[in-house]
Design a protein around this ligand. Sequence first.
Ligand SMILES: C[S@@+](CC[C@H](N)C(=O)[O-])C[C@H]1O[C@@H](n2cnc3c(N)ncnc32)[C@H](O)[C@@H]1O
Length: 257
Amino acid sequence: MGNYLFGNTGELLESHFGALSDLLDAGTFARIEQLGLPESARCLEIGGGGGSVTSWLADLVGPRGDITATDLDVDRLAPLERDNVTVLRHDVVRDVLPENAYDLVHARLVLIHLPERDAVLRKLVRALRPGGRLLLDEFDCRPLHVLTAPTPEDAELIMRVKDALLTLLEQAGADVTYGARIEKALRDNGLRDVAAVREVDEWQGGEAGCALLAGNVLQTRGRMPLPDPDVDRFVELMGDPAVVLSGYAVCSAWGTR
Ligand SMILES: C[S@@+](CC[C@H](N)C(=O)[O-])C[C@H]1O[C@@H](n2cnc3c(N)ncnc32)[C@H](O)[C@@H]1O
């Protein structure tokens, strides 16, 4: 499955996609609503993952609209197929996309993982019909740090595990600061009316942001140069309300072809 670090991680994917949905769906849905899609819009959801955005979009565009949802792994998308939803097992790096075709192209936390992100972005822009809108949601992982933890040793451990996770992501080809550059990337690709938002929230132990981190560390356990007790303590801390982190920056950028 290409370079994607969290692929093939079995049942851990359920909580991974659940945490992403809890953390990000409200913002994604608000931004898509702001874009004001035409009636019966034709939409492309790249790397649809757990399917929360695909389901919501299918309701938004109604029976006369049309959603194509793609992913390398369509296990969770396939059950969503219906009259206005087509699911494709598709590698956005290698496989072709229709051109001049969509009113909305959306990708959340997909390009961040792909070394070929610049070429993929050009492909996504070409998939838009003139007047179509592109929306990217990505993280900039740099703001992540500890605000409170039970002990200084716990705070140090959280940062050590976080650094190991980000190093592993980079070794797999991710650009963990990509969110900071998406607005410029959309402008550089000739889109007009480009705008962006960047939000850094507190992530408390037990909430979706910390659940995402705990899940990511479990998904990559064994590939990180960390002793098991450190991983176990990290996961425990991510469920402890005494932990408060400054989360990743959630960055969104959108523009019109
Ligand atoms: C971090 S998950 C995000 C899932 C979903 N977009 C969300 O935000 O909830 C990244 C998704 O991108 C998919 N993916 C990774 N590389 C891909 C590729 N080359 N082509 C299509 N999908 C890919 C993964 O399988 C995974 O479902």
